[in-house]
Design a protein around this ligand. Structure first.
Ligand SMILES: Cc1cc2nc3c(=O)[nH]c(=O)nc-3n(C[C@H](O)[C@H](O)[C@H](O)COP(=O)(O)O)c2cc1C
Length: 385
């Protein structure tokens, strides 16, 4: 965790209470001080949130993804994460989502990772599986479940044979054999992510996708070792983290995105997240929890307002003493700076702010008077900033 002292760089590898190392004085605003996880140091604490572009074919990224991610790297973000990249074809959200189940997909992503790194950002990848929320149309096509004759698929899997909502696909409850197959696919995708040159990996355990489907008692009605009590519902996640760590090097950070609450009575709660985070902290495989929420149940009531999920990151950080990322309607540089300065989170994770302005970090640097953020030299001669 960062210690928010004016002259520190976090070293989370040696992590936690006793491991804060003061490496150099830094007069810059907190948001723009470098941060280190394991061997990876980023130039600032701004992360591009994973955002599906629904623009691939056969799980392959293309020029759109290259430009989208490359522009945010050139725009000064410290961490540039891909959208959710799926570990098997039926785990895609839409037919146009990305995958990492073959080497051609790996090689296309490698070009992006290399360019992102060349712009001074840490290239990160989010790995996921949509489970019962797979096989839907793109947002601009209505995000509704797709049938096979519309390009969808109907062999969905989940913790239990429960659809997300009425009219959605009814998944098959995964057998223990299917669980093992899924973990093998995750392991192979992790290996490809490493081979593609990514330096940070985020496991997608949020938004009602497969891992979240196991975590939440609303979507997990299993009666075996993967269902019922808390310790059983987190088993699929813990096994996923373990297989990722078999392929993901010790010196590279692993982030975990969680929906810290289902926002539904009787669902996964912030208390559950804290309990899980304390366990993850003790195990030492996960370096940061990216604190999102919701997505697993249409009955959710989310109190949306600027920075609405910051208290989740703050509570997890305070109670589990693990690094967190704050995400959700953070648009102003002052709010982003305050999140870090007040010790509410270690990273500020931006989605739509970076969609509307790829150079948000460089503009924020100007408004916060950071001295360590530079426009790409190709743009330096412009005086319009
Ligand atoms: C177009 C779009 C695509 C998204 N795709 C993903 C995704 O692939 N993985 C994920 O974890 N969250 C995804 N999200 C959620 C964002 O990462 C982020 O958590 C959310 O937009 C809230 O942050 P914001 O208010 O800064 O946009 C997506 C959001 C948007 C707007």
């Amino acid at each position: 965790m960062s210690d928010n002292k004016p002259d520190s760089v976090t070293d989370s590898r040696s992590g936690g209470e006793n491991a804060r190392r003061i490496l150099r004085r830094d007069p810059n605003p907190h948001l723009f001080r470098p941060i280190r996880f394991r061997s990876v140091e980023a130039r600032n604490k701004i992360m591009l949130s994973p955002m599906c572009q629904y623009s691939g074919q056969d799980g392959l990224s293309n020029d759109w993804h290259f430009v989208h991610l490359g522009a945010r790297a050139a725009g000064g973000a410290g961490w540039v994460f891909t959208e959710a990249v799926h570990i098997e074809p039926r785990g895609r959200i839409t037919p146009h989502c990305l995958g990492l189940w073959n080497n051609e997909q790996r090689d296309r992503l490698a070009r992006i990772a290399e360019f992102v790194a060349a712009q001074g950002a840490v290239p990160g990848i989010q790995l996921g599986h949509a489970g019962r929320k797979a096989s839907v149309g793109r947002p601009w096509e209505g995000s509704r479940p797709l049938q096979v004759n519309e390009g969808g698929w109907n062999n969905l899997i989940s913790a239990s044979a429960l659809p997300y909502a009425s009219q959605w696909h009814v998944p098959e409850a995964m057998s223990t054999g299917q669980i093992a197959e899924s973990q093998a696919a995750l392991k192979a995708s992790t290996r490809r992510a490493r081979e593609a040159g990514f330096k940070a990996l985020e496991l997608h355990g949020a938004h009602g996708y497969l891992i979240h489907q196991f975590l939440s008692p609303l979507s997990n009605l299993r009666e075996d070792a993967y269902g019922g009590i808390f310790e059983n519902r987190i088993r699929f996640l813990l096994e996923s983290i373990a297989v990722v760590r078999e392929e993901w090097p010790d010196d590279l950070p692993l982030f975990l995105r969680l929906s810290c609450t289902d926002w539904v009575d009787g669902g996964w709660s912030l208390e559950d997240t804290v309990q899980l985070a304390i366990l993850l902290k003790s195990q030492g495989d996960v370096d940061l929890i990216d604190c999102s929420s919701g997505g697993n149940d249409p009955r959710q009531q989310i109190p949306i307002h600027p920075g609405y999920q910051i208290p989740l990151a703050q509570e997890v950080r305070a109670k589990a003493e693990i690094a967190t990322g704050a995400v959700g309607l953070i648009h102003s540089p002052d709010l982003a700076e305050a999140v870090i300065a007040n010790g509410q989170a270690d990273l500020v994770i931006l989605g739509r702010a970076l969609l509307s302005d790829p150079a948000w970090p460089l503009r924020a640097a100007a408004s916060l008077k950071a001295e360590n953020a530079e426009w790409p030299k190709q743009y330096e001669r412009s005086n319009i900033f």
